[in-house]
Design a protein around this ligand. Sequence first.
Ligand SMILES: NC(=[NH2+])NCCC[C@H](N)C(=O)O
Ligand SMILES: [Mn+2]
Ligand SMILES: [Mn+2]
Length: 326
Amino acid sequence: MTSPSTIAPKFLSAGNELGVVAVGFSGGQCKPGVDAAPSALIESGLLNQLKDDLSYTLHHDDTVHTYSELLPSQDPPHRNMKNPIAVSAVTRQLSTQVYSHARHGRLVLTLGGDHSIAIGTIAGTSRAIKERLGREMAVIWVDAHADINTPETSESGNIHGMPVAFLTGLAREKGAREELFGWLGEEPCLSLKKLVYIGLRDVDKGEKRILREHGVRAFSMHDIDKHGIGRVMEMALGHIGTDTPIHLSFDVDALDPQWAPSTGTPVRGGLTLREGDYIAECVHETGSLVAMDLVEVNPSLEAMGAQETIRAGCSLVRCALGDTLL
Ligand SMILES: NC(=[NH2+])NCCC[C@H](N)C(=O)O
Ligand SMILES: [Mn+2]
Ligand SMILES: [Mn+2]
């Protein structure tokens, strides 16, 4: 049984308004199928639960956006990135959709898609929050991976391993063309000081150097084993403070493959589903949540576990949006 949350949101307009954006995009990595996640999540009843059980007023265009009209016929590698023009165009368009929900003071839920789409979602919310409230926002990035490669440090060329580098300005290219992420502008969307990672366990060499050099706050699985998830969440939220809007970007591969096998880059030794739900519940309890992404569910991989993965994804979203155990 569920009932609406009693936590009053600090940075949203009244009325429990939820903007939903469904993004069927897979161009930030090489495995097809992650584009089918939004339909799978919606078909399993997620949006109905948010409406009926958690009493949200939904703003959704009933479309899974594939942005096919934006995809170029030619998209050669640029600085070693695969599909750079496609990812740039899709995230640019997505950022305006997320922005217009957030500008109205709605909580924004984006269902991906691979994690490259966070370039668009975080660009959109951070701009809206800056305009509405004159504040900088924080990002909690829950993931097995840091996704902070620059095009130059990346070994794969997959942009889903780079969104944080673009958002924080680390990947900036002087005089970049609009259609090659130049649209992001000079000013970073996110400060490295307002970024917190949880769940890391597969971080590339170049990424480790970046995290160390900039003193980024990161809680790996080692930290979770050592302190327990309760203490880790206290430290993570303590770093952000109580007066800062939070964007939660949740990569389902943060969960152990036992709970979320159907994902493109699974890594053993991850969070239990309960730990994942707990992270989401704690973020909800802050009252500071302004946006959430759920990404990297790929129902076509490990098809046996697809329903399991979808169920886990739905659970994470419900918890972040106020579902409680009692
Ligand atoms: N969003 C993800 N699942 N990212 C995985 C990234 C893997 C690897 N670090 C790369 O840059 O290619
Ligand atoms: Mn990941
Ligand atoms: Mn990721």
